[in-house]
Design a binder for this molecule. Sequence first.
Ligand code: G3P
Ligand code: MG
Length: 262
Amino acid sequence: MTYIFAHRGSSKSAPENTMAAFRKALEEKADGIELDVQLSKDKVPVIIHDESLKRTTGTKGFVGEYTVEELKRLDAGKWFSQKFKGEKIPTLEEVLIWLQPTCLYLNIEFKNNVLPYYGMEKIVHDLVCHYGLQDRVIYSSFNHYSLKELKKVNPRVDIAPLYSSGLYEPWKYAKSMTAESAHPHWRTLNQAILKGFKKHGIRVRPYTVNDTKKMKWMFENDVEAIITDTPEIARSVRAGTHQSKTAKFINTLQKINPKSLF
Ligand code: G3P
Ligand code: MG
């Protein structure tokens, strides 16, 4: 069965990368959440997508120019709606503590493809280990050097290069960097590419799949997971897809032997 991961939390219903969005994802029964991690000035992993604070907090400057204490004073909810006024930028540690008693998977995206954060890989990995969440965490990044850096810290981690263009035989690329997974933009996929990934044992979790027809295609083609802003909608599409798969199977069996099932 294809897992459903909530992109930046349930980011259609609540402000992205906030505890409200993560709680919503759990409420909407997502199987996992995806979030973006950067480092504060005092090297604390914090959850925010843009390097600039402008869009989601209305503040000047960059994440790495503020200490965690300063970042905590910002409002990361009211840009989305007054209803979420007062939502804070979470630290990764807060998310891990919250996630620990749930069954959620966690996809941590290192947001270091524009600005570097030296040492972020080990800081994040140590925190994940501290909370015993190694088996539920997948690491991804558009900065593939960063993923290789993480592999030096722990060769057993599940790493997934993110990419958005038509790579030639991308499973070969994934293998070359000892990745077990790949997180392509949904537009880059077709059946031949999925077949190549499958044959070479690479798990595929496309992003950001918000269109219901595309979701259905992904479910029918058995990708490992989809990353979506709308986990609730994805769940109903998945349920429908499974039902129609079962119906198809029953029809085929009945054609072969009408008495086979009853
Ligand atoms: O990890 C999938 C997706 O989040 C990558 O793009 O820009 O939303 O972080 P972005
Ligand atoms: Mg992301």
